[in-house]
Design a protein around this ligand. Structure first.
Ligand SMILES: Cc1cc2nc3c(=O)[nH]c(=O)nc-3n(C[C@H](O)[C@H](O)[C@H](O)COP(=O)(O)OP(=O)(O)OC[C@H]3O[C@@H](n4cnc5c(N)ncnc54)[C@H](O)[C@@H]3O)c2cc1C
Ligand code: SF4
Length: 488
């Protein structure tokens, strides 16, 4: 370890943002880069703990103190090798991860944690700039063919790992371009899409074949795929959206967040044929749902030029501090304020929408809400109770439903006879990621339910190991936290 007193000498620093009035004029990323001196000091804050709890906080088991130290020592290429040994796509997680590693960082017990995510992003961006990230096709091929269905972060990680093991990998994607929610969910202002394209070029050079515009289960039957390939990995995400089945939900102006976000991402990509336009321009917008998707709807509505943007959350407002019953190093449910929240949205908590109100032409013109409280019942889940006399009408001509996802689609599962789990995901054990049908595997949101990019990559890597083992009898692909140092 390079500097033993770094955490005493330097305060935490992270990237700052361009001012709101500038950044909302376009869909570009708006973080302001940190200089190398600052990054070196941030790397020096790491205490190289005997038991680095950051490892256990990270679903990938990233070797965090090792790359922190390399950054402190100015060994950026080494840092990139260490980082890529456990994470195929640090440029995604370095921008978008909520950083459970930082919540688990030992320094975070009584100081601000090490700025691990910023360091990660700067390592991978330096590596791309310097040309250190190049394609590394396998030296030999096994002759085995694997189909990966879905090209989100999980499918891409699965594909890259299996290709590295020498298998011939074809990724099937029903959208027009690969990337999953990275491309058609998450807005460009959080991650510009050339970041995905840059990585895809490498995957293609390594030999992975992408077949876009192919909906498995419709354009090609899952049974045909099973015949043609030695193994199939299902990484189709948790795409079934949660509805709000209340009066007026069929009014024009009540829109699913994913329809709004995916259309906007396609618009930003220059696509003209978008179907019926969904825009927030000159509208009073209410976003129902306080998670990542809701936050992305806020930032997008503000960039459209909405008259007002409100955000409803049915849960009570969390505290900014870590709650006492969620001690370090666990992930705490605390109040998170995203860059989009700061762009001009008003947030309301403990509020439930009872009814959408329409005009005579079937257009949404308002919402009826009530305040709610959560009653704790010993041994049971908290129960929701309306607070009497708190009904309120809101002016609203665009309501965006950002209520999450209820699980995986079932077409492929039906065609292959796959079992689903109790939460409507494809059932595949964490032990080997294999479904009840031999040779058919599942990973990412389609297996674990709606989750995070870092988990999607982690699941993809784990599943790839087990697919390789299924095909070859043994696997040298690393499991979580094992790293893979010789090949980046
Ligand atoms: C709006 C939004 C914002 C988010 N923001 C963040 C964030 O900031 N940070 C974070 O960590 N996580 C975020 N998430 C969650 C994260 O995006 C997901 O957990 C992650 O993308 C899951 O990856 P995946 O590869 O499992 O599935 P997905 O990314 O959902 O990809 C699945 C792919 O499979 C394709 N597919 C499905 N069925 C078929 C089929 N039958 N044939 C062919 N193709 C098929 C789909 O078209 C899709 O491209 C966000 C989610 C949303 C919706
Ligand atoms: S827990 Fe924090 S201080 Fe300790 S090794 Fe990990 S990043 Fe460094």
């Amino acid at each position: 370890m390079g500097k033993t007193t770094g955490f005493l000498e330097f305060d935490r620093k992270v990237e700052s943002y361009a001012p709101v009035e500038e950044r909302v004029k376009n869909y570009k990323e708006f973080t302001q880069p940190m200089d190398k001196k600052d990054l070196k000091e941030q790397g020096a804050r790491c205490m190289d703990c005997g038991i680095p709890f950051c490892h256990s906080g990270c679903p990938l088991g990233n070797l965090i103190p090792d790359f922190n130290d390399a950054v402190y020592l100015g060994k950026w290429e080494k840092a990139s090798e260490i980082l890529h040994s456990t994470n195929n796509f640090p440029e995604f997680t370095g921008r978008l991860c909520p950083a459970p590693c930082e919540e688990a960082c030992v320094l975070g017990i009584n100081e601000d944690p090490v700025s691990i995510e910023n360091i990660e992003k700067n390592i991978v961006e330096t590596a791309f700039k310097k040309g250190w990230i190049t394609s590394r096709p396998p030296v030999s091929r096994t002759g085995k063919k694997v189909a990966v269905v879905g090209s989100g972060p999980s499918g891409l990680a699965t594909a890259q790992q299996l290709n590295r093991a020498g298998h011939e990998v074809t990724v099937f994607e029903r959208d027009e371009k690969p990337g999953g929610l990275l491309r058609y969910g998450i807005p460009d202002f959080k991650m510009e899409k050339h970041i995905i394209d840059r990585r895809l070029e490498i995957l293609k050079e390594e030999g992975i074949v992408f077949k876009c515009g192919v909906h498995v289960g419709k354009d090609i039957k899952a049974e045909e795929l099973k015949e043609a390939f030695d193994a199939i990995v299902l990484t189709g995400g948790a795409t079934v959206r949660r509805n709000l089945p209340i009066e007026g939900s069929d009014l024009k102006g009540v829109v699913q967040a994913m329809d709004f976000l995916s259309q906007n991402n396609r618009r930003v990509d220059g696509i003209k044929q978008l179907g019926e336009e969904i825009k927030a321009t000159d509208k009073h917008v209410i976003v129902i749902g306080g998670g990542d998707t809701g936050s992305d709807c806020i930032g997008t509505s503000i960039r459209h030029g909405a008259l007002s943007v409100s955000n409803f959350e049915i849960m009570p407002m969390a505290t900014k501090e870590r709650p006492k019953d969620q001690p370090w190093p666990f992930w705490p449910m605390r109040l998170r304020t995203s860059s989009s929240h700061k762009e001009g949205a008003e947030r309301f908590f403990s509020i439930s929408t009872k009814k959408f109100i329409g005009d005579n032409n079937g257009n949404l013109k308002g919402l009826l809400t009530t305040e709610v409280e959560w009653i704790k019942v010993p041994g049971q889940r908290p129960q929701l109770k309306e607070v009497e006399g708190t009904e309120k009408e809101w002016k609203c001509d665009l309501a965006l439903l950002a209520l999450g996802f209820t699980g995986s689609e079932t077409t492929i599962a039906d065609q292959l006879g796959l079992e689903m789990d109790a939460r409507s995901n494809i059932k595949a054990s964490e032990e080997n990621y294999q479904t009840n049908v031999p040779g058919v595997f599942a990973a990412g949101d389609q297996r674990r339910g709606q989750s995070l990019i870092v988990w999607a990559i982690s699941e993809g890597r784990q599943a790839a190991h087990h697919v390789d083992k299924y095909l070859m009898g043994e696997s040298y692909l690393p499991l979580k936290g094992e790293g893979d140092l010789p090949r980046i």
